[in-house]
Write a protein that binds this ligand. Structure first.
Ligand code: ACO
Length: 325
């Protein structure tokens, strides 16, 4: 028995920053950002706002949507790369806000593929019979690790959170197949050099901006499309389905050019692809659950639909899950 999705939720901070706003702080233009990325706006946390508010809001909405009480959750997982605190992470803070007094929790760090990895892990735990109900949140406060003087990265990211409640389902629903991969040769394509145990934060790392996310954009771009293509094909094979069976593809929302190239390689029509990066930009682990939740709520995704969620990210990690709603 695999894991089926019984509820979803999402949250975006109120503050909305346009490309024109960014023109005021770095040498960029709305035209460049839209043409190279497809992004027009992004939502950002206010200074001093706790990142955990995002995961908490998304999780509460998912539990309401599933019509369950949070206490009935057997396991709580937060996919995030930049938690509220490096130790103990984000999950204990969100668990506290949700009143999950007896529920085990952990953070899962797998780059922007964290939500897809989380789906695969949660499905495995449910299939093994270890848990009947798991709450999975993807939450990311990328604005807090963005160098706002670096035009190559600051235009790309946004903050947000998404959540799903997974429960033991029938064999013909929920997660039908998954495939996750890693390529450690590319570990430094996306990284934060300082602040970990290899290079603890000190005055020098602060001066050098070592606590900001560094990205080799072109390298990421080249890898992203073949990786998501492979993951999609292998997850579908694991589900014994073909691309013709897919109603919706929800790719990680990093760049519209990456998504368009993926569509061409998979020969999937653009009207089957769910995107929201024009409004929310790249929210890392939150990108797929936010897009999923929005499309469920506005009626595009219907019961019985087959969805492929696919992502790539720091590590590098990549993967896909096939889900029947
Ligand atoms: N505004 C104006 N000009 C810019 C900007 C900007 N915001 N950013 C870069 N440029 C300039 C560069 O300086 C360069 O100028 P130069 O030729 O004078 O040196 C020129 O534009 C071209 O730069 P490129 O980096 O070659 O631009 P490219 O077409 O590759 O687009 C981009 C850059 C958008 C980052 C692209 O490489 C990309 O999308 N990569 C993948 C990024 C990604 O997916 N990241 C997220 C994955 S992981 C995660 O989600 C956390």
């Amino acid at each position: 028995m695999g894991a089926r999705i019984i509820g979803s939720g999402s949250f975006l901070p109120e503050k909305c920053v346009t490309n024109s706003d960014l023109e005021q702080i770095v040498n960029t233009s709305d035209e460049w950002i839209v043409r190279r990325t497809g992004i027009r706006t992004r939502h950002l946390l206010e200074d001093g706002q706790d990142p955990a508010v995002m995961g908490t809001a998304a999780a509460k909405q998912a539990c309401e949507d599933a019509r369950i009480s949070a206490e009935s959750i057997g396991l709580f997982i937060v996919a995030t790369n930049f938690p509220d605190m490096i130790c103990p992470g984000s999950s204990p803070f969100i668990a506290s806000e949700l009143g999950l007094d007896q529920t085990p929790f952990f953070d899962l760090k797998a780059g922007c593929s964290g939500f897809v990895y989380g789906m695969a892990v949660a499905d495995g735990l449910i299939r093994a019979g270890l848990y009947q109900r798991i709450l999975l949140v993807g939450s990311e406060a990328l604005s807090r690790v963005t160098d706002w003087s670096d035009r190559k990265t600051c235009v790309l990211f946004g903050d947000g959170a998404g959540a799903v409640v997974l429960e033991t389902g029938r064999t013909d629903e929920g997660v039908l197949g998954s495939a996750i991969f890693g390529d450690n040769d590319k570990a430094l394509l996306l990284h934060m050099p300082a602040g970990g145990t290899r290079t603890p934060a000190d005055d020098a790392t602060l001066q050098q901006g070592g606590h900001f996310l560094k990205m080799e954009g072109a390298g990421v771009y080249r890898s992203a499309v073949p990786m998501m293509e492979r993951a999609t094909r292998e997850a579908l094979a694991a589900a014994s389905l073909g691309l013709d069976d897919v109603d919706w593809l929800i790719p990680h929302q990093a760049n519209i050019r990456i998504i368009d190239s993926l569509a061409v390689r998979l020969k999937v029509s653009k009207d089957k692809i769910i995107t929201n990066l024009d409004r929310v930009a790249n929210t890392s682990t939150a990108s797929i659950p936010i897009a999923f939740d929005e499309a469920r709520r506005d009626g595009r995704i219907k019961n019985g639909d087959v969805i492929v969620m696919t992502a790539f990210g720091a590590g590098v990690t990549y993967g896909a899950v096939v889900v029947r709603i």
